[in-house]
Design a protein around this ligand. Structure first.
Ligand code: MV4
Length: 490
């Protein structure tokens, strides 16, 4: 593999290109008219414009991406996450064009993209699943009977959904039929597929996912877990590895289950198996994500494995260079997603120009971003600006570094979720490790940030004043009037 095209933008396009370059592989960027000056375009050895900013006229144009790849003679296409990464037809078209898709085979993408097909594929592989039905509900009366048997509350899930999309909770038998009708019509309008199924609703679960790697020689390993329970409306906020609730014994059992899930669909490359854990520490398979995930860096830090390098090596047909026994957890990593959203205004996207952008740096700090100072944040795409990742010997150390790094992060021009991230990292429930997927709902109110942000603005102003006074002192300027000047400026 001499040249790879990255069919994505932003931080993940850069992340993929860095590993490719490290391996001596040339890179091709694709971009929309909104991303002409983006770092991923500048970093690449070559770049091609796909079209106007909207994704359906640029980053989602599979045929055009493949045509450009053929024209430039690339050997492989890496899809990143989002966009075309879990589109089985795209993966198939890439392979049909004689180009290597750096990801799983289209069969695995297709099976895992359909939640019922996924359950059906996994069911003979000794993987625990949430009690419920494992087929599309056609008979509402029969489904109601099953719901009564498993006990309320239950969840109705769309087979074509996933990641929290197309779910509906039903609290009692009286509302069952009405909610079922709604779920089906929502599934039809959102996915063009009305197939739904029901599961027992696991209250206050933790969301734990296992990173897996599978090569084309039959080797499958797991790279332990990521704890992703801290999320807001199915958008992850903080991820960490390892999880503070997994004993070595539970970790081994969940890892083995994830490997079984990968084997069930002949998985190839890097993938993630999602589980829920309940209060009794019983775990249940939810779904498998057939892509490199946003939060992959925390797994890289605790294992020392470059996951993108492994994806490329696997796509080239190489065997994994390590076995399960070789893999060990060292240290603790945290990742905070920094979004251009206003936490004081219901997390509304905050677009505009990055007047100032200075990420923190130093030992144990990794920032994966795709913007530089002076750039405009486009409205067309996901508002994630950066991932702030810290790594230390212990969870305590990683948390301490995270708070210091948040304080060092300078972003002006757009509102960001940094203050919200600081709130989370300072919260007693987060610090103790005793939290679940209800963390944000349970503990967060915007008023809490308002006070903290005002205090921060006050401290920043005082610091700025002190620095100004000191500077002026060094220049031996007279002291008089300093305060007046300061007050005027404010
Ligand atoms: C559940 C659940 C409780 N019980 N399934 C949300 C994302 C999608 N992958 C599945 N999800 C859930 N499925 C049963 N049977 C609770 C969730 C859920 C959730 C899961 C992980 C992280 C955050 C969540 C927030 C709300 C609901």
């Amino acid at each position: 593999m001499k040249q790879i095209q990255v069919a994505n933008r932003g931080e993940i396009a850069l992340r993929v290109m860095r590993s490719a370059r490290k391996m001596g592989i040339a890179t091709v960027a694709v971009y929309s008219e909104a991303d002409r000056t983006s770092p991923h375009v500048q970093f690449a050895d070559e770049a091609v414009c796909l079209g106007p900013p909207p994704s359906n006229q640029s980053y989602l144009l599979g045929d055009k991406i493949i045509a450009e790849a053929l024209r430039l003679g690339v050997d492989g296409i890496h899809p990143g996450y989002g966009f075309l990464s879990e589109n089985s037809k795209f993966a198939q078209a890439v392979e049909k064009a004689g180009i290597t898709f750096i990801g799983p085979k289209s069969h695995a993408i297709e099976v895992m993209g359909d939640k019922l097909a996924a359950k059906d594929t996994v069911k003979d592989f000794d993987v625990p699943m949430v009690p419920g039905v494992d087929h599309a509900i056609t008979d509402v009366a029969e489904a109601k009977k099953v719901a009564v048997e498993i006990g309320f509350p239950i969840l109705i899930k769309a087979s074509a959904g996933g990641g929290g999309k197309g779910m509906r909770m039903v609290e009692n038998v009286e509302e069952f039929e009405e909610q079922m009708d709604r779920a089906v019509s929502e599934a039809i309008s959102a996915f063009g597929d009305g197939a739904v199924f029901i599961e027992k609703f696991v209250t206050s679960p933790r969301h734990i996912e296992i990173q897996v790697l599978a090569d084309s020689h039959g080797n499958v390993v797991h790279l332990f877990e990521r704890e992703c329970s801290i999320q807001r409306r199915h958008q992850k906020v903080v991820e960490e590895a390892p999880s503070s609730v997994l004993s070595p014994e539970l970790r081994a059992r969940m890892g083995a289950a994830a490997v079984q899930v990968a084997k069930s669909c002949d998985y190839l490359g890097a993938g993630t198996v999602e589980f829920l854990i309940d209060d009794k520490h019983d775990f249940y398979f939810l779904e498998m994500n057939t892509r490199l995930q946003v939060e992959h860096p925390v797994s890289e830090l605790i294992t020392g494995v470059d996951l993108v390098e492994m994806q490329i090596r696997i796509a080239r047909g190489e065997a994994l260079p390590f076995t399960q026994e070789d893999l060990k957890i060292t240290g603790h990593a945290l990742e905070l997603r920094v979004y251009a959203e206003d936490p004081l205004n219901n997390f509304l996207p905050s677009v505009g120009k990055l007047h100032r952008y200075r990420p923190p740096s130093g030992e144990g700090i990794r920032v994966d971003d795709g913007f530089t100072e002076g750039m405009n944040i486009p409205i067309y795409y996901d508002p994630m600006l950066a991932k702030l990742i810290t790594y230390g010997e212990t969870r305590e150390a990683a948390m301490r570094m995270m708070i210091a790094a948040i304080e060092d992060y300078e972003i002006e021009g757009v509102a960001t979720t940094l203050p919200f991230g600081k709130f989370v990292c300072q919260h007693e429930a987060f610090r103790s490790g005793n939290f679940d997927t209800n963390f944000v709902k349970k503990y967060y109110q915007p008023a809490m940030l308002e006070a903290a942000m005002q205090e921060e603005a006050r401290v920043a102003a005082a610091l700025s004043k002190a620095l100004w006074l000191e500077q002026r002192h060094q220049l031996e300027m007279p002291d008089a009037g300093a305060t007046d000047w300061w007050e005027q400026r404010r």
